[in-house]
Each structure stands twice: as C-alpha cells, then as structure tokens.
Design a protein around this ligand. Structure first.
Ligand code: SAT
Ligand code: MN
Length: 596
C-alpha cells in the first residue's frame, strides 16, 4: 500500500491545525515509509483489535483471566528496561539554554541525526497517529499532543496514560497547537537510541527504545521536559510530583504535591492507607496523581494543580497488600505488566508481593535465583487511574485542586531528618534545589549513588536549572498565597543499616503535622535548616521507635549540615552567573548560621 494515499485524516481548510497535523503525518510517512497508517480513535473496539494482534505476535502474553481479567504481560528487550539519561538531549539554539543539567545538541544536527535513523524505519510496519490530551479534556490547564509511533504496545499504554483519541483530536482542531512526538522502536539497538527534545518547536524525536519514559512521549518527554519549557514562558509549573488529598475527620481536604525521584515511593504516598487509629477517627486519603503535577496560580492567589496523566505507570517490585493495598486493587484487572515474573498459574509476580516462588523470570526463563531478581527491579504496571479505589473525584476537575503544601524528598541514608519546614518560599526553593537522593533502577546506570536531583527534576527539566530556580522564585509576588514547603526523608537508616522510619501508611503522621503547620496549629523548633518538629509534635501513637530512631529522625546534626551546605554551595556554582542571586544569598545565610 502506498502510505501517502491514506495519510489524510480529513479534508481540511488550509492553515487549520488539522491541516498542519496532516502535513506532518504525510512528511513523517514519506520519511519512515510505513506499510499502513492508522489514526487512533481510542475506542474499545480499536483497543480490542490491537490487543488481539499483540497477543497473536507475542508482544503481549496472556495472564490468568480468572485472577487478572483483561491483563497482559509484556517482556521488553533485556537491554531496554529503563530511561536512558545519557542518550536524552535537549536541543536549544544556545547550549546555555539547556544548561549543565541537560545533554545538549544543536537542533539542526539533532534533526539530521534522528532523520537518518527514522529513514525507512517503518517499512513493514504500521504507523499509528495518537492524538492525546494531557489533563482533563476540558481543563484550561491541559495541553495536547500527537505521538506518531510504530509500536502497538506504545498505543496501548498511551491509551491508559493519557486522554487519547477522538476528543483530543477535536481539542487540537479547536486550539491549533499541539506537541509533535515522533517515535520508533527501530531495532531496539542501544547504540542507535536517542531521545531528543526541541522545546522551541514543541517537538520530540525518540528512536530505539520501547520503554515507558523513553517511548510514551506524553509522559516525561511532553508533560515534563517540553511542558516545563512552556510553563516557564506561560507562568506555570510542570513538576515531577504526586498530588494527594488528605481529608481530616471534619471533612476538610488539604491537597499536597510532593516531588521524589523515580522509584522513591510517589505511588505509595499518593495511594496511602491511613493507620488504623487514623481510619477510625475518620481520616481519608484521595489520590489525584502519582507522578506529574501541573500547577498555576488561580484568581485567589493559590496554586491550583492538575494531574496531566490518566493512568499510573508504577514500579511493581515492593507493591504488596501491606505496602500499597490500593495499588494492588487497582491492578487486579485491565492492566499491562511489563517485565514482571509469572507464577505457575500465570499470575504476575514480583519481589515483595508475597512468599510464592515464581515459575518464570522477567525474561521468560525458568526462575533461578542465581540469575538475579525474578521481576526486573524497574518492572512496571500500566493501569487507568479510574480503577484506583482512592481516586479523587477532584482529579477530573478542570480547575484543578488548591495546593496547601509542597513536599520535597529523596533517599538519604544519613544526615537528613524525617521532616522539616522551610521558613519561606525562597528558603523552600533552596530546599528543592538542594535535594539529593540515591539513584534507583528507574534509569540505567549505578544504583544507590547520592546525586543532586533538584525538585526530582534532574532528568526532566527541559531548560537550564538556574533559569528554573529563578522561575520558581518568581511565584513569590504580591497577592500570592503560596503553599508551605517541606522536606521529608523516609529512608534514614540506623547503625544496623535498616530503615528507622516505618514509612508507607505511617507517613500520614508526618503529613498531619504539615497540615497543622499550614493551619498554624503545630509547634516546631527553629534551626538553621528550617523548622523541625520534636517527636512529641507528631502523633506517634502505636509507632515503636528506638532511642536511636528518635535521635536521628528528629535530630539536627550541625557538623553534618555544615558539610552538606558546602556541597550545596558548590553545586549552585555549577550553574555560574545564571544562578539567581536570591538563591545564593539564601545558601550563604544558612551556611553562615551553621558556622556558629
Ligand atoms: O520511565 S518513566 O519516566 O516513565 C518512570 C520514571 O522513571 O519516573
Ligand atoms: Mn516519575
């Protein structure tokens, strides 16, 4: 079939956005030479047909239809299991606009490199056109995009993760602009794999990977890297944050947005189940989002947030009935599992789920502990947010939810206490900019190495961090009613190398303290690094903490923080003269206070 013939979705008036879309699809088809072109409408019938096709060719494997109805397993290429930060580029005219936090390539060079890879790459394949909307379809905060891909697995995932299909296409037609994402799995060759972003053109080109963050272009590529660039110019924030609503026994709900690096428990915190005592007292937790948050100031000066995604692409290992029963309920049907193990009964399995021994590992080999974990440490589930028992009705509100508190956090085995509060917005921005965390399996490379990960955006900020910090600072202006900013560390370890804080549902105790601080009802101790609670300021009923845990979780180690602040000062220097003076001043003020 000649691809050029059926390229056109509809006859269009020249100059309309659908004309632009048609022209782009025609251009891509001419370059990539697909056998077929399919415009995705997002319907059930379309999804059923694609699923059938993927089951037939082995892209998807059936799971136990009794225990996991309409759920499938996908095994990726073993060399394609995580984001590839070293192959991810931001292509701005000036390298300084991408900043030292990004890999940079000149746009013309990047286009030439990518177009050479895309040339003819869809021969024998179908080109899918996926119109999608990030955010509720009728929200002024939402933004649309179109992903072109040759992967039906990507189509199936995008259908879960975004509002995909006909309504998105209608909005694109109305609005006139959309982000263009071009993706091909190519031959999945790690040496011919690149993820390129062109913020000035609102364009993405991704080749050689089928993995989530590299291939589901609505997610990190659009909703963070491109959106952060748009947000800077339009006065809003695109952040790597979960959004959770905490309802107190009086029925008042505070919404909290929290930034943690990948695989540090965002999904668990977003779906938290209150400890027994809290449940009995009437506390409830509502999930708005688990990974990405778009926020903008409302007419009342508060920040209003939407979750641009429609589903969860969550880490499977560690998800269990005790760590996250809501997630387990969510993924009990209509779920795509990627790189998990399976039991004899064809049920999906991963480390930490239960005590069964799996039959096959994530590569489909007979399970042998000598080969390492049965499920890949970055194995994932893709599932609609609507299946989550704690999904908030407000998640679909076009106006978004008002944010009372922003939380930053990382994996820090030492030094960093359980929680502290920033004195004001500028201090809070420094707390976010100085965030550090030990690396996880969500990206290729060494695991467990401490690195600076400002606002958990190191892999995702589409422009120079110095400008990003300045953008954050700019929200502190007349009339603003900004959230309080906190820092948490669920991962502090004791002398025996074990975690000191029980985490999971118990984290609500820390969130309650934050809410009380927002309401002006809780005490704290003033230290150079911010306001720390004493143990007695938190409700710790029913939590057994050792003396060591008390000391380390609620303590302030002046000498340790002196060294930390020296490191933060050096880190800010990396951004040179572009670093906002207000941030440098704040760092120096605290360093000086720490010195005596
Ligand atoms: O791979 S994703 O970017 O989609 C998930 C993550 O690392 O946060
Ligand atoms: Mn993430």
């Amino acid at each position: 079939m000649n691809a050029a013939i059926d390229v056109f979705k509809r006859n269009e008036f020249p100059g309309s956005s659908l004309a632009a879309l048609n022209a782009w699809v025609a251009e891509v088809a001419a370059l990539t030479q697909p056998d077929h072109i399919h415009w995705c409408d997002g319907s059930d019938a379309e999804n059923a047909l694609l699923t059938k096709q993927m089951l037939a060719d082995g892209t998807l494997l059936p799971l136990n239809p009794e225990t996991h109805p309409h759920s499938w397993l996908h095994r990726s290429s073993p060399s394609d299991v995580a984001r590839v930060e070293h192959l991810t580029f931001v292509c701005t005219a000036q390298p300084d606009d991408a900043g030292p936090n990004n890999h940079w390539m000149a746009p013309a060079e990047a286009h030439a490199k990518m177009d050479a890879l895309f040339a003819g790459c869809m021969r024998g394949r179908t080109l899918y056109v996926i119109p999608y909307c990030m955010g509720p379809i009728d929200s002024p905060l939402s933004r649309c995009g179109v992903e072109i891909t040759d992967s039906p697995y990507v189509v199936a995932n995008m259908r879960i993760m975004t509002r995909m299909g006909a309504p998105a296409l209608a909005r694109i037609e109305r609005e006139g602009t959309f982000v263009k994402g071009l993706h091909s799995t190519g031959e999945l060759d790690p040496d011919r794999r690149f993820i390129m972003h062109f913020p000035d053109e609102l364009a993405i080109k991704s080749f050689g990977s089928g993995y989530g963050g590299n291939a589901l272009l609505g997610k990190k590529c659009h909703a963070l890297r491109i959106a952060s660039h748009q947000a800077r110019h339009e006065g809003w924030l695109a952040e790597h944050m979960l959004i959770v609503g905490i309802e107190n026994p009086q029925g008042e709900t505070h919404y909290i947005a929290a930034a943690f690096p990948s695989a540090c428990g965002k999904t668990n915190l977003a779906m938290l189940i209150p400890p027994e005592g809290y449940r009995q007292a009437g506390w409830k937790v509502w999930t708005v989002g688990d990974d990405i948050c778009w926020m903008r100031p409302g007419a009342d000066g508060r920040l209003y947030a939407i979750n641009p995604e429609a589903g969860f692409f969550g880490v499977a290992p560690g998800t269990s009935d005790s760590s996250n029963p809501n997630a387990l309920a969510t993924i009990s049907h209509h779920t795509i599992f990627t790189n998990v193990a399976v039991t004899d009964e064809q049920e999906p399995w991963w480390e930490g789920l239960d005590t069964r021994t799996p039959a096959l590992d994530w590569q489909g080999r007979k399970y042998d502990p000598a080969n390492g974990p049965a499920a890949h440490p970055n194995s994932r589930f893709t599932v609609s947010a609507k299946q989550c028992p704690s999904y908030s009705a407000k998640a679909e509100d076009p106006q978004g939810v008002p944010i009372s508190a922003i939380v930053f956090g990382g994996r820090r085995a030492s030094l960093v206490p359980l929680v502290f509060e920033a004195r004001d917005w500028t201090h809070g921005v420094l707390v976010g900019a100085a965030m550090g965390s030990e690396t996880t399996a969500a990206a290729t490379g060494a695991v467990g190495v401490m690195r600076r990960d400002p606002m958990a955006m190191k892999p995702f900020c589409g422009y120079n961090f110095a400008d990003y910090f300045a953008h954050w600072l700019s929200f502190d202006r007349a009339g603003a009613k900004l959230p309080k900013i906190f820092h948490v560390n669920w991962f502090r370890k004791g002398g025996d190398g074990k975690f000191l804080w029980p985490g999971f549902g118990e984290n609500l105790r820390v969130l309650e303290w934050m809410i009380q601080r927002v309401e002006g009802k809780a005490d704290a101790v003033e230290t150079p690094i911010g306001h720390l609670p004493r143990a007695e300021d938190l409700n710790l009923d029913g939590v057994a903490l050792s003396d060591e845990a008390h000391d380390l979780l609620f303590g302030f180690d002046r000498a340790g923080w002196q060294a930390e602040f020296a490191g933060i000062g050096e880190y800010l220097q990396e951004f040179g003269a572009r670093t906002p003076q207000a941030l440098k001043d704040e760092q120096q003020r605290i360093a000086a206070r720490l010195a005596h």
